[in-house]
Write a protein that binds this ligand. Structure first.
Ligand code: NAG
Ligand code: NAG
Ligand code: NAG
Ligand code: NAG
Ligand code: NAG
Length: 481
C-alpha cells in the first residue's frame, strides 16, 4: 500500500518516503485502468505577475463508472509516482459505481512524471524551491477548477460542485488541507491515517516508536518478540566491538558491503529500525506488495521466526534474526545482498527528504519504553543535517502550526479523519471528533491506510464499518439519501 519507506538517517531523523521506482505496478494482482493526462500549471502560484512560467503536472482519470453530472472523486497525490497510489486506493474504485463518480488522481509536483525542470529539478536549491505544500495545494485547486470546466456544464464560479477529496497518510494531510485552504474547491475530504498533529509541540516525540512496539507486542506470546528485538541491539553492539564480530554480522545478514566503522554500525541500526517500522505499517491481513512483497500479517510471521532458546547464544541470535529479516528483505528469494546504505537512491527519496527538512518536521525519539535503540529528538542536529544535505539553513519548527492551524480544526468543516489504531502514525492523528462537521473515526485493529484499500473477503467488521462511515459522510456532503 501506499507505504512509507522509512529512511532513518544517522541523526535519528526519520524520513518517510515511498519507495517508488522499486515497485512494479504491473506486478500488482489487481490493476485498475487509468488514462494519463497532463495539465500546464504555474510554477509559482504566489507570484501571479511572473506567472508565465509553467510546467506539466500529470493526473490520471477513470471514467468507467461516471455518469453525466456525477460527482468527481479526487485523490490528492502523495510523495511518489501517482500510479502507485491510484492502484492502491481500491476503495475509490469500489464506491465509484454507487455514486456514478469520475475518479481522478493528481500527481504531487516533483514526483513521478511531474518534474518542473525535468531531470534538472533537483540540480540546485533554486530549482527545488517550488517544492512545498502551499504550491502543491494550489496545484490541486488549479486542477480541480479545470476539472469543473471539463466535466460540468455552464460552470458558474459561485456554485458548489460535487467534488470530494481523498488521501491517505501524507496524501490525507493534503486532502484535509485542500478542504481547509480551498473550501470552494472540494465539498469535503476523506483523510485516512493522516498524521495531522505529528509536528513540533503537538505530539510527544516518543509515541511513534511506542506504537510500533505495541504492534510487535501483540505477537509476543510464547516468542517474546519485543524482548528479542531489544536484546538484539546489545548483541549487535557487542559484536561490533571487533572486526571479527562485524564480519560475522555482515556475512550472516548478507550485507552488500562489510561493516567497518562506527558509522556503518549506525547505518545498520537505522536499517533494522526501518524494517521494523515498515513491517508494522504493512501488517495487513492479506498478502500485500507496496514497498516489497509481504505475507499476510508480516509482523506475526517475523516474530514466529524468533525463538527464546537463543537468548544466551549470540551467534544463534544473529542467525535467527537473519532468517526473520528475510521476510521483509527477501520474501521472493531474489535479493542477492542487503544494502543498508540508505543514501537517497532516487528523486522521490531526495524530494521527500527535502520536504522533511524544509517544512514537514515530524519529531521522533525512542526511549526505554519501546523496543528501539534509545535516541533523543535533537532539533539542532536535525537542522544541521538538513543544511549539510540540502543547503537549507533556517528551519522553523512552528511553520506547520502557522500554515495549517495545528489543533485549531474547529474553524473548518466537512472532513473525516480516519485512524487505524494499529498504525504507528495514529499517534499524530486527529483521534477525537472536533465538531459536528469535522469527524474522527478510529478503526480498531487496523494498519496504516487500510480503509482506502480495496475491499477484501478477509476484512473485519471494524474495517467494513469504517468504509460505510466514509460513504455516509460523502452522501451527506452530496445531499444524497
Ligand atoms: C537530462 O535530460 C537530457 C535531455 O533529455 C539528457 O540529454 C540528459 O542526458 C539527461 N541527464 C541526466 C543526468 O539524466
Ligand atoms: C555508505 O555510503 C557511503 C557514501 O557513498 C560510503 O562512504 C560508505 O562506505 C557506505 N557504507 C556502507 C556500509 O555501505
Ligand atoms: C541464560 O543464562 C542464564 C544464566 O546465565 C540462565 O539463568 C537462563 O536460564 C538462560 N536462558 C536460556 C534461555 O537458556
Ligand atoms: C534470498 O533468498 C535466496 C533463496 O533462498 C538466497 O539464495 C539468497 O541468499 C537470499 N538473499 C538474501 C539477501 O537474503
Ligand atoms: C465521532 O462521531 C461519530 C458520529 O457520531 C461517531 O460514529 C464516531 O465514533 C465519533 N468518533 C470518535 C473518535 O469518537
Amino acid at each position: 500500500m501506499p507505504i512509507f519507506k522509512h529512511l532513518k538517517n544517522k541523526l535519528g531523523v526519520i524520513l518517510l518516503a515511498f519507495l517508488l521506482n522499486k515497485i512494479k505496478v504491473e506486478s500488482l494482482e489487481h490493476k485498475y485502468s487509468l488514462e494519463t493526462r497532463f495539465i500546464e500549471v504555474p510554477l509559482d502560484h504566489f507570484a501571479p505577475s511572473t506567472g508565465s512560467q509553467t510546467f506539466k503536472l500529470r493526473y490520471l482519470i477513470n471514467a468507467k463508472y461516471h455518469l453525466k453530472e456525477g460527482p468527481v472523486f479526487v485523490y490528492t497525490g502523495n510523495e511518489g509516482d501517482i500510479s502507485i497510489f491510484a492502484q492502491n486506493t481500491g476503495f475509490m474504485f469500489d464506491i465509484a459505481p454507487t455514486f456514478n463518480a469520475l475518479l481522478v488522481f493528481i500527481e504531487h509536483r516533483y514526483y513521478g512524471q511531474s518534474l518542473p525542470f525535468g531531470n534538472a529539478s533537483f540540480a540546485s536549491h533554486e530549482n527545488m524551491r517550488y517544492l512545498g505544500t502551499l504550491q502543491v495545494l494550489a496545484d490541486y485547486a488549479f486542477v480541480v477548477q479545470h476539472l469543473k470546466h471539463l466535466f460540468f456544464e455552464n460552470v458558474n464560479p459561485y456554485d458548489t460542485y460535487p467534488i470530494v477529496a481523498f488521501g491517505g497518510s501524507y496524501g490525507g494531510m493534503l486532502a484535509a488541507w485542500l478542504r481547509m485552504k480551498y473550501p470552494y474547491s472540494v465539498i469535503g475530504a476523506i483523510s485516512s491515517s493522516a498524521p495531522m498533529y505529528f509536528f513540533p509541540g503537538m505530539t510527544s516525540c516518543d509515541l511513534f516508536y511506542e506504537k510500533v512496539t505495541r504492534v510487535f507486542e501483540k505477537y509476543d506470546g510464547h516468542v517474546q518478540c519485543t524482548k528479542a528485538i531489544k536484546l538484539g541491539w546489545d548483541v549487535i553492539n557487542n559484536l561490533a566491538k571487533t572486526q571479527l564480530g562485524m564480519d560475522f554480522i555482515s556475512k550472516t545478514w548478507k550485507l552488500c558491503t562489510k561493516l567497518k566503522t562506527f558509522e556503518d554500525v549506525d547505518l545498520l541500526h537505522n536499517w533494522l529500525s526501518n524494517i521494523y517500522i515498515n513491517l508494522a505499517l504493512s501488517n495487513y491481513h492479506y498478502p500485500s506488495e507496496v514497498n516489497t512483497p509481504l505475507p499476510a500479517y508480516p509482523v506475526q510471521v517475523f516474530c514466529e521466526k524468533l525463538t527464546t532458546s537463543f537468548f544466551n547464544d549470540t551467534k544463534g541470535l544473529i542467525e535467527h534474526f537473519g532468517h526473520a529479516l528475510e521476510i521483509y528483505t527477501n520474501y521472493t528469494g531474489t535479493k542477492r545482498c542487503n544494502n543498508i546504505n540508505n543514501s537517497f537512491e532516487d528523486y522521490s527519496e531526495f524530494a521527500w527528504g527535502y520536504q522533511k527538512c524544509t517544512e514537514l518536521i515530524m519529531p521522533t525519539c525512542s526511549t526505554d519504553a519501546d523496543m528501539f535503540i534509545t535516541k533523543p529528538w535533537d532539533y539542532e542536529k536535525y537542522s544541521l543535517d538538513c543544511y549539510k544535505k540540502f543547503g537549507v539553513k533556517t528551519l522553523d519548527p512552528n511553520w506547520p502550526l502557522r500554515a495549517y492551524g495545528g489543533k485549531n480544526l474547529k474553524y473548518y468543516s466537512n472532513i473525516v479523519f480516519s485512524n487505524a489504531m494499529m498504525d504507528p502514525y495514529s499517534c499524530g492523528g486527529v483521534t477525537e471528533n472536533v465538531s459536528n462537521t469535522i469527524w474522527s473515526y478510529n478503526i480498531n485493529d487496523a494498519p496504516h491506510i487500510v480503509d482506502l484499500r480495496r475491499a477484501d473477503t478477509a476484512d473485519n467488521n471494524y474495517l467494513i464499518e469504517a468504509r460505510s462511515f466514509h460513504i455516509q459522510a460523502i452522501k451527506k456532503w452530496l445531499n444524497m439519501k
